[in-house]
Design a protein around this ligand. Structure first.
Ligand code: FPP
Length: 245
């Protein structure tokens, strides 16, 4: 991946201060980005998809280990049919176009969400991308697709019950192991673009102690400098995890 020297020179980061291990991003504002330019919403989603690569590359430079992106929620099925179809095609096309390079750059693809109810061909593409990249270790790109935080907890409880786990054995650690994100660290920071202050059913369990950051910038415009700025804000936060320092 190309090195960026320009952003480095003006970096707002504090050298030596920890960066988040895991960042979750709610990529909001694609539609408004398009509308502001007199374009159809679909063009906003296209620009938003393109932006994932730019932010992923900067995340690698910043040594972030896991990036979870909210690509499609369980609620997004309620959008107009044409928009849902467009988003599905974009995801499928991105896997086709980007997988070789992601793999060559050591990106491990993971999926959080339900594959039931997804077009079987797309589900198979996703499974194949996960399988192909599972030993990569530059960064984990965890795609929250057909994802809902509550659905995830429901799925975990069903799984726990099917496994016959006794009530006394149910702990926070056990539940974490039954979530889609099993094995990944909890997100240290949730970034939301597009200006709203909502979690929108994203990483509901995992984000319990995440630092929250909202920017008015629409997702397609959220660039390397914006990610650095978010991380710089994180570095300035006092994380107490319910304790007294
Ligand atoms: C929110 O913008 C964005 C989404 C619901 C979809 C985000 C999806 C992508 C960027 C494509 C994902 C692609 C891959 C390859 C993972 P919005 O439509 O709600 O914007 P608005 O609030 O301005 O209307």
């Amino acid at each position: 991946m190309a090195k960026s020297t320009k952003q480095r020179a003006e970096s707002p980061l504090t050298p030596g201060a920890p960066v988040p291990q895991h960042i979750g991003i709610i990529m909001d504002g694609n539609g408004r980005w398009a509308k502001a330019r007199g374009l159809p919403r679909a063009m906003g989603h296209r620009a938003g998809t393109k932006n994932i690569r730019r932010v992923l590359e900067e995340a690698v430079r910043l040594k972030i280990q896991v990036l979870t992106i909210y690509a499609f929620s369980t609620e997004n099925w309620g959008r107009p049919r044409a928009e849902v179809g467009h988003l599905m095609r974009l995801i499928s096309q991105s896997i086709r176009d980007e997988l070789d390079e992601l793999d060559a750059n050591g990106v491990q693809i993971r999926h959080s969400g339900r594959l039931s109810g997804v077009d079987p061909k797309l589900a198979e593409q996703i499974r194949a991308a996960i399988e192909r990249t599972k030993h990569n270790d530059t960064i984990v790109l965890n795609v929250a697709f057909n994802y809902g935080g509550r659905a995830e907890i429901v799925d975990a409880i069903r799984h726990i019950m099917r496994d016959g786990i006794a009530p006394d054995e149910v702990t926070e650690e056990l539940i974490s192991r039954y979530l889609y994100t099993a094995g990944l660290p909890d997100p240290d920071m949730i970034i939301r673009t597009g200006g709203d202050y909502r979690l929108s059913n994203f990483l509901t369990w995992q984000a319990a102690y995440a630092e929250y950051y909202s920017t008015p910038t629409y997702w397609p415009d959220f660039d390397e400098a914006e990610l650095q700025q978010a991380v710089a804000v994180f570095q300035g936060r006092d994380r107490r995890f319910g304790l007294v320092k």
